[in-house]
Design a protein around this ligand. Sequence first.
Ligand code: S3P
Length: 190
Amino acid sequence: MRYWVVNRRSRSIALIGMMGAGKSSVGRCLNRRTGLALHDTDEIVATSFGMSIAEIFAKHGEDKFRAAETEALRRIRTEEQTIIIAGGGIVLRQENLQILRKQAVIVWLDADEEALFARVSRKQDRPLLQTKNPRKTFAQILGARRPLYANIADVRVDTSVLTDEEVAVAILAKLRRINPKPVSPIPATA
Ligand code: S3P
């Protein structure tokens, strides 16, 4: 695992991890706690196509989606420190890794396989899981991706038994440990 260079100020926080890791909801918690703006690559891509991620996969295919995902990442302005929520497949392209490395401290939200799959199963909208055996597909994707997440992450948080708020608190604590002033948390009111 790579470690965040201490004293590099104003780096954004990128959340990476498998579908079901809770990146979007944890991102919102971090946004409330820090006041930093949120950028979600899936949302940017969906807006640019004017359709859902599932529709983009169905109509244009995965390659077009991946190209748009890289473009979305490139377009996120990081002069100001922000929170970047990256789609689960962001680690598949070398170019994405370079962009993320330059801009952000990279936080991997991990969890055990059962917990991840249970969360993903709450919605049936993940295009990559529209297979005969989604459970098996999920295990295969996770097996292939875990080394990629591990390789690029500065920080890993196991979210298996934590609430989204607890994960956000854990992230901020870890970031503070590796850089005493990574962000200025706004005290949570709730
Ligand atoms: C994908 C994850 C999805 C979305 C697309 C592909 C992946 O985002 O980008 O369905 O390859 O893991 P989430 O990780 O937010 O579910």
